[in-house]
Design a binder for this molecule. Structure first.
Ligand code: COA
Length: 327
């Protein structure tokens, strides 16, 4: 039995932060950001809005689009590195906001690969035969952990949420294959150092700005370019596909140059590559489901199409998946 995506949804907060706004905040320029990353604007939450709020908006749309009652949901998996609180989980908050009475759920920390980790996890629950409706939501409120005086990171990230409903396929569509990996040796290159059990929050960790994202951009870039290209071409090869077979490549949106290099290596033409980094920046666990929803909503992906996704992120973590779209 294959697990397949039967509905998609996204939520982007309304507040827009443009490159021109950032020019007034740090020593940067619209030209530098556009040419080095591909980003023009990103969205930010409003005062008081957090990850569970965005995820709940996504969950409500998923229920509506799939004609599913909230009490039919078996499991909610939330991929995030910016939970509202360390505990209770964001999944518990979403369950409560939905008032879904027959499910359980948990948060999953895989950074930018979080959504693909969660999709693989959810698919296994469906394939077990015990669960019929699993919600997978990728959400991140990156603005809550970004230092808006650090030009190395503040230009890159945005807030947002996206999600899918997973169900057993009726026509043998769905997830065909996945490659997932982790290597903690890259840990220090992209990290939120403070506030955990290693460096509990204190006046000192705050003073040292350890509650903000630290990134060694060059190291992450080198890893990402090679890693994403390798896993994307490997998963195509081992399933006897080529870039020509891919109707849409939905990559993690961290840097347009990384996406272009991956697509080139897999011989996927530009018109078959989803790019929305210009509008939303890097929304961490949310980039891929937001992309899926855009492509379904505008008719780019239809039933029967082959969809390739790939991601990399803090950890390091990485993943690629091949999906035959349809119920
Ligand atoms: N505006 C202007 N200059 C900036 C800048 C900004 N926003 N951010 C960094 N710079 C500067 C650097 O300080 C550096 O200056 P220096 O040479 O005087 O030290 C210079 O630009 C070049 O930096 P470099 O790191 O070589 O640029 P780059 O071409 O590698 O681009 C990133 C920087 C961050 C865009 C790129 O490394 C990247 O995308 N890395 C991966 C990030 C990523 O994907 N993270 C998420 C993982 S999920």
């Amino acid at each position: 039995m294959k697990a397949t995506i039967t509905a998609t949804a996204k939520y982007l907060p309304k507040r827009v932060l443009s490159n021109f706004d950032l020019e007034k905040m740090v020593d940067t320029s619209d030209e530098w950001i556009r040419t080095r990353t591909g980003i023009k604007t990103r969205r930010l939450v409003s005062e008081g809005q957090a990850s569970a709020d965005m995820a709940t908006e996504v969950a409500k749309i998923l229920l509506e689009r799939s004609n599913t009652d909230k009490n039919e949901i078996d499991l909610i998996i939330i991929a995030t590195v910016t939970p509202d609180t360390m505990f209770p989980s964001t999944a518990a908050r979403v369950q409560h906001k939905l008032d879904a009475q027959n499910c359980w759920g948990f948060d999953l920390s895989g950074a930018c690969t979080g959504f693909l980790y969660a999709l693989e996890t959810g698919a296994k629950f469906i394939e077990s035969g015990k669960y019929k409706k699993v919600m997978i939501i990728g959400v991140d409120t990156m603005s809550s952990i970004i230092d808006y005086t650090d030009r190395n990171t503040c230009v890159l990230f945005g807030d947002g949420a996206g999600g899918v409903l997973l169900e057993p396929s009726k026509n043998n569509n769905g997830i065909i294959d996945s490659i997932l990996g982790i290597d903690g040796a890259g840990g220090d290159s992209l990290i939120l150092p403070g506030g955990g059990s290693l460096h509990p929050a204190s006046a000192d960790t705050i003073k040292k700005k350890m509650h903000y994202v630290y990134q060694d951009g060059k190291t992450v870039f080198k890893f990402a370019v090679k890693g994403m290209a390798d896993i994307s071409s490997d998963i195509l090869k081992r399933n006897n596909f080529t870039g020509d077979d891919v109707k849409l490549f939905i990559p993690h949106q961290a840097n347009k140059r990384i996406i272009d290099a991956t697509a080139k290596r897999c011989n996927i033409p530009d018109e078959h590559v989803l790019i929305n980094i210009d509008k939303y920046g890097n929304t961490t666990a949310a980039t891929i489901p937001i992309g899926m929803d855009e492509a379904v909503s505008d008719g780019t992906i239809k039933d029967g199409d082959l969809v390739l996704t790939a991601s990399f992120g803090a950890g390091f973590t990485w993943g690629s998946m091949l999906i035959r779209w349809g119920k």
